[in-house]
Design a protein around this ligand. Structure first.
Ligand SMILES: [Zn+2]
Length: 322
């Protein structure tokens, strides 16, 4: 190597002469140079590695960053799923179940019982065990809540079908068009209009002219159809199930026979003044488990004349009794 050669000016002939070092000195210099190079290389190497890391480390750290990002995305998804399930739970508990008169599901049942602390033993002992266990716990919770929710919706759907059936059978409308006025209500009458004695009035009267159409107030089966010797004259009784019966008295005409099934709003009879009656009117009575109750509490007062007429006409088009 050029730079290892030394030259001196020989004053005797004014020539540059190459100085030849002894081999020992050469060896020492070589060793020193090599050692210094290694030290410098190590120093810079360490410095570089410390500040920016080796390519492999860099790759690993990138993978780790990616993984952390994916975990946080999954974590957010888990949170979203949990909050959706929670909103289902709230509609269950605050809307469907109270409306359908069903008990709410306990929180402990929804979240499910966890099988003790050893449940995730296989996940213990890793640097990220806590995170893994937290994920597994949340996933198990979601799985359980989803299963309970599915069951709950199924029960609610079944109950709502039953509930609709019950609502349809419930004697819940006026037996005559809503534009007619109500007469005497459910009360103690000091003087009965015909008998002239004090007597309980067990129903609700409607001031309707002779010949007014009378409709079934809820779905049910005709259990009485004909003359009633107790004073109701021509009379119809519908059994609505669920313990309810409705009675329509003082009729001039009967359109249904015993055993027939009727729907709410279907024409069943024509008003009159038969039996113990002082003039044309409809006597309407509701019994619950055999006891007369106040029908005015059952009649839907929200129904407008148009709504009532629409309902009747919808049935009129397919009625078999006209
Ligand atoms: Zn009456």
């Amino acid at each position: 190597m050029l730079r290892n050669n030394k030259y001196v000016l020989d004053l005797s002939d004014l020539q540059f002469k190459r100085v030849r070092l002894p081999w020992k000195a050469k060896l020492v210099r070589t060793i020193l140079w090599f050692t210094a190079s290694v030290i410098i290389a190590l120093f810079y190497g360490t410095l570089v590695e410390k500040s920016i890391g080796s390519p492999k480390e860099k790759m690993l750290s990138q993978q780790l960053d990616n993984m952390k990002l994916q975990y946080s995305l999954v974590s957010r998804e888990l949170d979203n799923t949990m909050s959706s399930l929670n909103s289902f739970r709230l509609s269950d508990d605050r809307r469907y179940r109270p409306i359908l008169e069903m008990d709410s599901i306990s929180d402990s049942y929804r979240k499910g019982g966890f099988g003790g602390v050893d449940r995730f033993r296989d996940l213990e002992g890793y640097t990220n065990s806590d995170m893994l266990i937290s994920f597994r716990t949340r996933i198990e919770g979601i799985k359980n809540m989803a299963t309970v929710q599915k069951e709950s919706f199924k029960t609610i759907a079944e109950r709502s079908v039953e509930w609709k059936r019950e609502m349809d059978h419930f004697p819940g409308i006026s037996p005559v068009s809503v534009n007619f006025r109500m007469g005497d209500g459910f009360k103690w009458r000091a003087i009965h209009p015909v008998l002239g004695t004090a007597r309980m009035h067990n129903g609700q009267d409607f001031e309707v002219p002779y010949g007014t159409e009378v409709y079934a107030t809820g779905d049910g089966t005709i259990i009485e159809s004909g003359w009633n010797s107790g004073g109701f004259g021509n009379c119809i009784v519908i059994d609505h199930g669920y313990g309810y019966q409705s009675i329509y008295g003082h009729l001039s005409g009967i359109k249904v026979t015993k055993g027939l099934k009727v729907k709410r709003g279907e024409l069943i009879g024509i008003s009159g003044s038969s039996g113990l009656s002082s003039g044309p009117h409809l006597h309407y009575q509701i019994e619950q488990m055999g006891h007369a109750i106040n029908p005015s509490h059952f009649i839907n007062n929200e129904m407008s004349f148009e709504e009532y007429t629409d309902m009747i006409q919808a049935f009129a088009s397919k009625s078999k009794f006209r």
